[in-house]
Design a protein around this ligand. Structure first.
Ligand SMILES: Cc1cc2nc3c(=O)[nH]c(=O)nc-3n(C[C@H](O)[C@H](O)[C@H](O)COP(=O)(O)OP(=O)(O)OC[C@H]3O[C@@H](n4cnc5c(N)ncnc54)[C@H](O)[C@@H]3O)c2cc1C
Length: 387
């Protein structure tokens, strides 16, 4: 199939590739990189610039999550891919294996921490239970009275915009064509048209447009979910781990309610990213004071000493959410030649690498390292087909 790309349209013959990708966020560029490594001719376009969408707005936490077996498999595998990549990543990607501390405020949450530890351990992912004293010794600025925590030592943090730029550079070094500031206006029947009128033909057209994916492929069940983040001034050593409340998953995976959760990310600069919030149905990007206040209040409830630092900037971004909290990776069920790599919600930086490997294997008809079916768009085919 690949390499047989038919020319289409009128006027000048379109440039011919094996794969055209719409969107150069971390998911699109990871796919471009893997596909070129597999020997395919790839073209990728972004309506803005590389890593400028949700990728620039995110925290960069590389994390194993276990809300479902499928989520665990994809995040654990992707985290391993990030760990394997460390020797190759440039210093600007600032990959640090700081570990995640899942903080338990009481006995019920300690029981949940224990369940998570057993679940992870039985699947080969290291995690350790800490009591209150051990937690306080690791992160002395947390408030007294917490019950303990689960430490997942091999989670990490990456500066995603730099990692995305590097992956794109790898792809272009392998021969990929990149067009910046060019929207893919239409997509289908083996052909893509860019906003300047350029036409590209390819057997595989990959929609990696993040929250804008349904604009390019109408009917995709992807909803935008707004998030706020704040960043403090520099206080090196103030925290050493990504620190998240155990209730985070409830906030992240409620598919209706707006919520905030305590989530801190240490930056190599000594700054601390403070999150996080989730809102459905909000399309404007303005920082909303009530949401920001609720988020910061939640953070101060866990770490009152944060009040001694200044928040120097805050911003918002949009996560691409699906109804079952799993990304859409694979062929569109009813549009031949159209492939989807979107809907990664709050985990797309983590899962970009696994997504790229899965998509490449599926396009080439190769076997996948993990079962692909939980992520195939066809699983939501009633929604996917609805325009
Ligand atoms: C506040 C917040 C915190 C987060 N924290 C984390 C975290 O700690 N860890 C984690 O793993 N994930 C996190 N995420 C999620 C993560 O940022 C996203 O899942 C990930 O960046 C999605 O990447 P993407 O490439 O799919 O989308 P994007 O980065 O949004 O890229 C899509 C690109 O497509 C382009 N585009 C759109 N339409 C078109 C078109 N028609 N033609 C051409 N280009 C087009 C856009 O310009 C954009 O550059 C967070 C997200 C937010 C908002």
């Amino acid at each position: 199939m690949l390499g047989d790309s038919a020319l289409s349209g009128s006027g000048a013959a379109p440039a011919c590739f094996d794969v055209v990708i719409a969107g150069a966020g971390i998911v699109g560029v990871a796919c471009a990189w893997q596909l070129t490594r597999a020997g395919l001719r790839v073209a990728i376009a972004d309506s803005a610039f590389v890593g400028g969408g949700a990728t620039a707005a995110g925290m960069g936490h590389i994390v194993v999550l276990d809300d479902s077996d499928a989520q665990f498999r994809l995040t654990a595998w992707s985290r391993q891919l990030w760990r394997d990549l460390r020797p190759e990543l440039p210093a600007s990607a600032e990959y640090v294996e700081c570990g995640t501390l899942w903080v338990a405020s009481g006995g019920e949450e300690m029981a949940e921490a224990s369940r998570k530890r057993e679940y992870a351990a039985s699947r080969g992912v290291a995690a350790t239970l800490l009591d209150a004293g051990e937690l306080a010794a690791l992160e002395p600025h947390l408030r007294p009275g917490l019950a303990g925590a689960l430490l997942v030592p091999h989670d990490g943090v990456v500066y995603a915009p730099a990692a995305a730029r590097w992956m794109l550079a790898q792809a272009t070094a392998h021969g990929a064509t990149y067009r910046q500031g060019q929207r893919v206006e239409s997509f289908g029947a083996g052909s893509a048209r860019l906003s300047d009128g350029t036409r590209w033909s390819a057997a595989a057209l990959v929609n990696a447009a993040g929250v804008d994916a349904p604009r390019l492929t109408p009917g995709l069940p992807v909803q935008s979910r707004k998030g706020h983040l704040a960043i403090t001034d520099r206080e090196p050593g103030f925290i050493a781990h990504q620190i998240v409340e155990l209730g985070y998953s409830k906030s992240a995976h409620s598919s209706t309610a707006d919520s905030v959760a305590f989530n801190l990310c240490p930056r190599p600069t000594g700054q601390i990213l403070v999150g996080s919030s989730r809102q459905f149905g909000v399309t404007n990007a303005v920082v909303e004071r009530p949401v920001l206040e609720a988020m910061l209040k939640r953070a101060l409830a866990y770490m009152p000493d944060l009040g001694n630092l200044s928040a120097v900037r805050c911003w918002t971004g949009f996560r691409a959410a699906t109804p079952d909290n799993l990304p859409l990776i694979g062929p569109h069920p009813s549009l031949p030649g159209v492939w989807i790599a979107a809907g990664h919600e709050g985990l797309g930086i983590t899962t970009s690498l696994g997504t790229a490997h899965l998509l490449t294997a599926l396009i080439l008809g190769n076997s996948c390292a993990i079962p692909a079916h939980p992520y195939l768009p066809a699983r939501l085919s009633t929604e996917v087909g609805r325009a």
